[in-house]
Design a protein around this ligand. Structure first.
Ligand code: ASP
Length: 321
């Protein structure tokens, strides 16, 4: 395998989260992803960079975009890609995770992409295997490639991240997307706000370097970017909102609430979007403002970049052994 670039500024074996990454590391991942945007728009999208390498997508939780785009990313780089979906109901957590890790490890994969329902599940697995591990989402903890693709989308549209006013709205408490995005955007110098009812905010929110709002119009005032989040019902035990109707009334993004943001403010959503719950259908489909499809496109480029860089790091690590 011939990697044409010199060693990247991102030198870790795994990508388990955004927390703790430096601006230089984040920029290295984004710059590499940028190269793939053009390649993915050509008729021939394929290269041979990861020929002979094996990528296994191991998903303990459902996924549409993340799994598909990792599969596409691996295939476009010439790797052999295998998808394994493990129904949550049939596993004994912990024991099965480690058993699965040991089984897969024996097959000599190069990169494992892991999604797990528990925060820390991916980290635990990474400690047991000899290959590189990418976190495809662990509980409500982190979803690093989502934050990277969001950052790439913003950077391409606005030319920078630093200084932008970015509002992340909705179910912050249960959202790994919110957590990874907050770490990334704060690290890159954006001015991040979260807008949510008290019940959907983690108690530690004050330590994350964001401004907190409970009213959409106050929170969205003068914002450059608005990120909406899905209510993560699958992670809720108990009642966090009075009713969907009331939630939409106060926290759903519609044109009225949007009117206080910058006139060219971009609307983002990691998907899947629940129309009429956190976002009005017409706003989600307003492609003069909504970059939801572009986020999906950037997802493939970002995942190609992560696969490239981690495969390169692993090769260098193996060569020095
Ligand atoms: N797809 C994202 C995730 O896996 C967001 C969501 O599910 O709401 O976290």
């Amino acid at each position: 395998m011939a990697f044409d670039s010199a060693t990247s500024d991102f030198t870790d074996r795994h990508l388990l989260g955004i927390e703790g990454l430096s601006p230089i590391e984040i920029t290295a991942l984004l710059d590499t992803a940028e190269r793939y945007v053009g390649q993915n728009r050509q008729a021939n999208k394929k290269s041979e960079l990861l020929q002979g390498r094996t990528v296994i997508n191991l998903f303990f939780e459902d996924s549409t975009r993340t799994r598909t785009s990792f599969e596409l990313a691996g295939k476009r780089l010439g790797a052999d890609v295998i998808n394994m979906s493990v129904a949550n109901s049939s596993i004994k957590k912990g024991e099965t995770l480690i058993d699965t890790a040991m089984t897969l490890n024996a097959m000599h994969p190069d990169i494992l992409v892991v999604r797990h329902g528990e925060a820390g599940g991916t980290q635990l697995l990474a400690e047991k295997v000899h290959c590189a591990v990418i976190n495809g989402g662990d509980g409500s903890h982190e979803h690093p490639t989502q934050a990277l693709l969001d950052a790439l989308t913003i950077r391409r549209r606005r030319g920078k991240l630093e200084g932008l006013k970015i509002a992340i709205c909705g179910d912050i408490l249960h959202s790994r997307v919110a957590r990874s995005n907050i770490h990334l955007l704060v690290t890159m110098g954006a001015r991040v706000r979260v807008v949510a009812p008290l019940t959907l905010l983690p108690s530690s929110i004050g330590k994350l370097g964001v401004d907190v709002f409970h009213d959409m119009k106050e929170g969205l005032t003068d914002c450059d970017i608005i990120m909406m989040l899905r209510l993560q019902n699958e992670r809720m035990n108990g009642n966090f909102i009075p009713s969907i109707r009331e939630y939409f009334l106060f926290f759903g993004l519609d044109y009225d609430k949007l009117s206080v943001a910058k006139p060219d403010a971009l609307i983002m959503h990691p998907g899947p979007a629940n129309r009429g719950v956190e976002i009005d259908s017409v706003v989600a489909d307003d492609f003069s403002r909504s970059v939801i499809r572009e986020q999906v496109e950037m997802g493939v480029a970002v995942r190609m970049a992560c696969l490239e860089i981690l495969a390169q790091n692993l090769q260098e690590e193996r060569e020095t052994l």
